[in-house]
Structures are given as C-alpha cells and as structure tokens.
Design a protein around this ligand. Structure first.
Ligand code: GLU
Length: 513
C-alpha cells in the first residue's frame, strides 16, 4: 500500500478546561506526528452549542502552548484544510447528510423528544433499561422508513422538526481494527442508529468528526478510550461514504485512573486529594477557580514527562525523557491496554528531578521574583550559589525559600531544644575563638573552612556538639540547613561574625534569664 503522509488531529470540544487526560491525548498525537515527520492539527469540535463554555477554546490553546505542543495547522495558526473550528464549517455537513439519505445509509426521524421519552419510560417499566433506536425499534417509529416518501416530503415541507439518523444494516458483523486493542467485533443489531444531523442545521459529533477527518486527510485517529464504542459507527460511515480506502487507522488510549485505581480520574479527585487535574488554573464563567499544574509550581517539561509515562512506557528503566527523546522512541505499540493510575507523588518526584538538573543560574532566575516579593535584594552570585546548594531538597521553586531563608535573614529566634541540649557557659568563649579562626582563613572556601574548624576542635579537644552544632545554632537559629562550612562560605566572614555575636548575646539572655 502506498504510504500516506501522517496527519493527526487533536479535536477537543470547548466544554470546559482541558483535563490532564486530554493533554496526554494531545501529547501522544504530537509525538506520533513528529516521529513520522507528519502534521499535528488542532480542530475545535463545537457542534454541541448547549455545552459550549466561554473561554474554553482559549484555555485549550494556552495550555497546549505551555506544554510545548505546537500545532502545524489549527484554529490559531491556519492551514490548507481550514477552517478548523466546526461551527465555522457548518455549511459543509448538510450535503454529506443528504448524500447518506440518498444512498440509503440514513433516514429522517420525526419522533419528538417527548415521544422518545414516553417510549423509553414504557420500555423501562417493562424491565428494559437500554431501549435504543435501532434496526428493530426503528420499524415502530415515525421516520422516513415507516412513513414513506410522500409523508416524509410533507413533513419536511411543513418544517417539522427532524433528525437524520444513521441506518445500520441488519444483522451484520462489523469489524474494526484498533491499533492498541486489536480487532473490535460487533453485530450491527446491537447498535444505536445515532443521530448525525439535526434540523437546526448542525451536525452531531459523529458526522462532523468523520467528515472532517476525511476532508482534513487525517491518517491516524488517536483519542481517548471513551470513543471506542463509537468506532463501529465511524467505520460504517467511511463505508457509507465510500471512503474506505482512505479511512484513518484508529488508536484508543487507555483511561487515566484515580490514584487508588478505582474509576476515571476526575476533577473532584483533584479537589479531594489536593492535586491539580488541569494544566493551567481555570476560572469558570461562574467564577469558580480550579488549580493548575503551572500555577502549582510544576515545570511544563516535568508535567509532560509524567504524562508521557501514563499509559506508555519505553520498555526500559529510563523515566526522564526530553521531548526530543520522546519523539524519537514513542510508538503506539508500547501504549498499554489497561488504564493507568495517576500518582500525585510521582508527579512531584518528576518535578524534583527536573528542578535538580537545572543550573544554579536558571534556578536563581526563577527564584528571584519570590525574593523580590519578600523585599530581599541579594547579589546574583549569592543566589546562584544558594540554589546550587539546596536544590536537592526542593520539589518546587517555591520550596527553595524554606530551605534557604536563613541565608537572607539573621535568625529571629533560636531553637529552644537545641539550646537546652548544647549550650553551656563554655560555649561563648569557644565561639569567640571560632570567630577568630574563621576570620583568619585566607583561601575562603568550604574545604578550608571545614579543615580549619576540625583542626580547631582537635587542638582544643572539643567535640562536634560543642563547636559545629552551636555554630549552626547561632548562624541559622536551629539544627537545620545544608553543610555548615558551605553556609559559612556563602554568608562570608563579616556576616558570620555578626551572627555569632548576636547569637551569643541573645542565647545568653535566654539561658541566664
Ligand atoms: N470532540 C471529541 C472530544 O472532545 C473528539 C473525539 C475524537 O478525537 O474523535 O473528545
């Protein structure tokens, strides 16, 4: 078979903010397209006007940009197969619905919602909770099959409300191939004659989706598992239009599951368990705010890396991947069939990994707005050195503060427990001598500081508790922080001397009342 240009689309409906599961679908489409040198298209599926949410389209575009998922064609960047918003393509669909009617693949149905409701309820009262408009029941309904062409034309000319439904053939085995799940086989008798078009002139998802995939020359449809039940209908639509030879290949991605694995991950789980489910913060038209990964301090790279491994694996132990690496090794064959549990702790782990590998310079840039907010004006080299020193302890940039605040401000209190454990009347004279030792170090670096302090302890037969722990107590206010020689080196002789002096004074008052 002649090989086809790879063209994939991400086709969200603007019914609200983009869930992280949606971002993962976009990501897998992007990786697949880029791997094969193909096109990645953004199509907005907004045919269901009743579910349209103001601001959702902009949100989707912004979110995908934040994730570095860039489109080759789409609503915001144009392309040769536009328009890319289905409401702007409204005039296209009617002729396709009409074509299906003409060829006997669809029919007009005039049953009102009230009539359908009555039938459904009656059926329920008889114990059948799954009534559907199908090969059997359509024979008892008000449609162009039962009414005949004259009556149908009459109703149409009277502007009666109608829908156009797909006409499944009777008792036919429909086979469809899913690249992830293999063959899907169903009997047409079990399928619903789905509505394709409504008298308000709007197509439904199924018609618009298939027509657009055809017109946009989509080669692969990669989407969420919730669309798998629609696959037989879509395959039949390709047949009905005689487009079988250009039908895309389908791949349905496994669901993202709640952390405990029980059911689909929802916005409510995020609220309940305290993690975001949306890439960016979302403010609903009603003013309700939902948190976003970006605003919670996640790096886009780490968020994307984490998503890539939900449902796909490289087949190796490697977990950290750049986008380029992902593009190189991504295959649909390595996408699993079963749902993948989302683990919020693992999301943090990824962020920690990405933070750790950032340079001190990069982190200092990200950290500086926070310092500015706190009215701290520190030289860049100092902030860089601090970031290098404490980055191993932080998950988010905002955590840097709790691991480094003592570099920017003198202690405003001293840990009572440490004072009780370590302090006695010999400590002040010892620390006075330590000040001298420190001030006399010529080549001021962590190694020389450490070396001199140890030499001092040995000479004076003092232990770690008497020197190092007390020194830490007066310098940072407790027993926290990284290596004390590193802290001393960054603070500098003058600041260390001052802190020792103040510490001795204040702690002296604490101890002696
Ligand atoms: N508009 C559908 C959605 O919101 C797209 C499904 C598909 O990709 O075919 O998920």
């Amino acid at each position: 078979m002649e090989s086809r240009r790879v063209r994939v689309r991400f086709a969200p409906s603007p019914t609200g903010p983009l869930h992280m599961g949606g971002v993962r679908t976009a990501l897998f489409n992007y990786l697949f397209a880029k791997k094969h040198g193909g096109d990645f298209i953004l199509r907005i599926e907004d045919t269901d006007q009743t579910r349209y949410v103001h601001g959702a389209e902009e949100y989707i575009i912004k979110s995908l940009k934040w994730c570095n998922l860039f489109f080759d064609e789409g609503v915001d960047c144009g392309g040769n197969y536009g328009p890319y918003r289905q409401s702007d393509r409204k005039s296209i669909y009617k002729q396709y619905a009409a074509q299906l009617i003409e060829n006997g693949w669809a029919y007009y149905a005039f049953d009102t919602p009230e009539e359908l409701d009555i039938i459904r309820k009656k059926s329920e009262s008889e114990g059948n909770h799954n009534w559907q408009y199908d090969v059997h029941s359509r024979k008892l309904m008000r449609n162009s099959i039962t009414l005949g062409s004259v009556e149908t034309q009459n109703l149409l000319s009277q502007n009666s409300q109608y829908v156009i439904r797909f006409k499944f053939p009777e008792n036919e085995i429909i086979k469809a191939i899913d690249l992830i799940r293999g063959e899907v086989v169903v009997n047409s008798n079990t399928l619903d004659d789905k509505v394709l078009f409504k008298s308000d002139g709007m197509p439904t998802y199924h018609l618009a989706n298939v027509v657009d995939d055809y017109l946009m020359k989509i080669s692969h449809v990669i989407r969420g598992e919730e669309w798998l039940p629609s696959l037989p209908l879509h395959v039949m639509l390709y047949r009905a239009f005689e487009w079988d030879n250009v039908m895309p290949q389908f791949a349905h991605l496994p669901l993202l599951l709640k952390p405990d694995g029980k059911g689909k991950l929802s916005k409510r789980d995020g609220d309940r368990l305290g993690f975001p489910v949306f890439p960016l913060e979302w403010k609903s038209p009603e003013g309700e705010i939902s948190s976003g990964y970006k605003e919670s301090g996640y790096f886009a790279e780490s968020f994307v890396n984490m998503l890539a491994l939900l449902g796909w694996n490289a087949g190796t132990e490697q977990e950290i991947f750049s986008m380029d690496e992902l593009i190189e090794i991504f295959t649909l064959e390595r996408v699993g069939k079963s749902g993948s549990k989302f683990d919020p702790e693992k999301a943090k782990w990824f962020n920690h990994q990405y933070l750790k590998i950032k340079s001190g310079e990069e982190l200092a840039k990200l950290y500086s707005p926070l310092l500015k907010e706190k009215n701290i004006n520190a030289p860049v080299e100092k902030v860089v050195a601090i970031c290098n020193l404490v980055k191993d302890r932080a998950v988010f940039v905002k955590d840097l503060w709790q691991h480094s605040y003592f570099f920017f401000q003198k202690p405003d209190s001293y840990d009572d427990k440490v004072v009780k454990k370590r302090w006695d009347n010999n400590i002040p004279p010892t620390l006075e001598k330590v000040t001298k030792v420190i001030n006399e170090i010529k080549d001021f670096n962590p190694e020389s500081i450490k070396h001199e302090l140890h030499a001092f302890m040995e000479e004076n037969q003092l232990n770690m508790g008497q020197v190092m722990n007390c020194l830490r107590l007066v310098i940072v206010g407790g027993s926290l922080g990284p290596d004390i020689a590193e802290i001393i080196c960054i603070l500098g002789k003058h600041e260390v001397e001052e802190r020792i002096k103040i510490g001795v004074e204040v702690i002296g008052e604490m101890v002696n009342g």
